[in-house]
Write a protein that binds this ligand. Structure first.
Ligand code: DAH
Length: 442
């Protein structure tokens, strides 16, 4: 309880600095894009995060993320047509503010699933958050009657800080549904559903996922045919992006909203790199979206940053946000399918300062929330924070006091930082950490 009051105080301080509307004594509401939200014990979204809303890098003409987005959309437009028109519709401007129902419940994510944790998401309040994946829009679009669609946008997750992680990134998520006549062309005797599945009573059917090959409601023919389509479409996409020689492999996976589920990995710079998650949509989701559907669907989600970094050899995820002309011009007016290799403009030196502190008696090295700490560091230090690494944990043998040491790596992408200015920022972070957690700097 005490900790929460303290965090709230920092939030109030930060919010007032950014001129967000705050109630006189404690934070009771936040304005985001003209909408008022009541804060509660789940509120952990920071003004820094709110400032990313609406940047829409995936729609900025010369941004590498936008180039990859267009290539993916073109692949789906040209591969699937219905009477001469693209069979897929594209939604790339949906609001990133979603309900917990959209982000979790509609997708059958259990109430105790770790992905719901406050330490992993940016909550506006108990019922509202910045979407953690684009799959959050799957149910509402199905409910609106769509069967084939792409959802593209910015997603928000609390995470560590390094060259490949940033709390905002971009995803393409998709659903492709097939009716019996589309799936089994010329084979009218084959069925999507097992005889034991009564479509009229779909809500009452208990759909089991014990069989690794399929959901109990589906026939093996339908599940296998859909799996085949899903895999060949996604390998097709990967080859269009990376060329025919790219090495790929499928790995069995688990997602609460699909069964069976897989991840696709590509062999890139001597490592297997996971590029997407996918699977056959859980029938309960389709039933909840409209009980009369006689369809089976596959879905997938991929991260645009990963793909763009691998395709164009961009070494640091923060570069996507750069407005520096040295970066931007390399992606200006390019042909979508051109081979582009990013050339580092120059690499300015990094500065590393350590921060060690004793925890107050109510915290231990195991209960201290690193993600809260990372957010605080980023809020105070801004974009010059390149990485925060846990360097050492220590329990004093006599006093039993717990101590942590983090290394903070500072680097400006566009100029050299002086040690003096880094020290100044480092001091400000120390002060904020002392205020937030009542720690004692060593
Ligand atoms: N939403 C998942 C994530 O962010 C990715 C994903 C997996 C999306 C499977 C899907 C899917 O649509 O079917 O990690």
């Amino acid at each position: 309880m005490k900790l929460f009051t303290r965090q709230n105080r920092i939030l109030t301080t930060i919010l007032s600095k950014y001129n967000f509307s705050t109630a006189p004594k404690s934070v009771s509401s936040i304005q985001i894009k003209g909408q008022n939200f009541i804060c509660d014990d789940y509120t952990n979204v920071t003004p820094k995060m709110i400032s990313y809303l609406g940047r829409n890098l995936h729609l900025q003409k010369n941004n590498p993320l936008s180039i990859v987005r267009q290539r993916i959309v073109n692949y789906f437009y040209s591969s699937f047509t219905k009477r001469g028109h693209p069979a897929f519709s594209v939604y790339d401007n949906l609001s990133p503010i979603v309900t917990t129902k959209q982000n979790f419940d509609d997708l059958l994510i259990p109430t105790d699933h770790p992905s719901r944790a406050k330490s992993d998401c940016y909550y506006i309040n108990r019922g509202t958050l910045l979407r953690a994946h684009m799959t959050a829009h799957q149910s509402e679009l199905l409910r609106s009657g769509l069967d084939n669609f792409l959802m593209i946008g910015d997603v928000y997750r609390r995470d560590e800080i390094d060259s490949t992680h940033f709390p905002v990134f971009h995803q393409v998520d998709a659903v492709r549904s097939q009716r019996k006549e589309e799936l089994f062309i010329g084979k009218p005797d084959l069925e999507i559903f097992e005889p034991s599945y009564d479509q009229e009573n779909a809500h009452a059917y208990v759909n089991s996922i014990d069989d690794p090959m399929k959901q109990s409601c589906h026939t093996l023919e339908a599940a296998k045919l859909m799996e085949g389509q899903l895999k060949s479409h996604l390998i097709g996409l990967t080859k269009v992006l990376f060329g025919d020689d790219i090495k790929c492999r499928w790995v069995d996976a688990y997602f609460p909203f699909t069964h069976p589920s897989w991840e696709l990995e590509i062999y890139y710079e001597n490592n297997w790199l996971e590029v997407l998650g996918c699977g056959i949509v859980r029938n309960e989701i389709l039933v909840n979206a409209g009980p009369s559907r006689n369809t089976i669907a596959y879905a997938f989600g991929l991260g645009l940053e990963r793909l763009a970094m691998a395709l164009y050899k961009i070494p640091d995820i923060r570069l996507m946000w750069s407005t520096d002309s040295g970066f931007v011009t390399q992606f200006e007016n390019v042909d979508l399918n051109e081979d582009i290799t990013y050339k580092p403009v120059s690499s300015y030196p990094q500065c590393t300062n350590d921060m060690s502190f004793w925890l107050p008696s109510h915290l231990t090295i195991d209960t201290f929330m690193s993600n809260d700490f990372y957010d605080l560091v980023r809020d105070v230090g801004g974009d010059i924070i390149e990485q925060v690494k846990l360097k050492d944990k220590f329990v004093h043998p006599k006093s039993k006091k717990h101590s942590l040491c983090y290394s903070i790596v500072y680097r400006h992408l566009e100029r050299t930082l002086t040690q003096a200015e880094v020290n100044q920022v480092h001091k400000e972070i120390e002060k904020a950490v002392v205020d937030a957690y009542n720690v004692v700097i060593r």
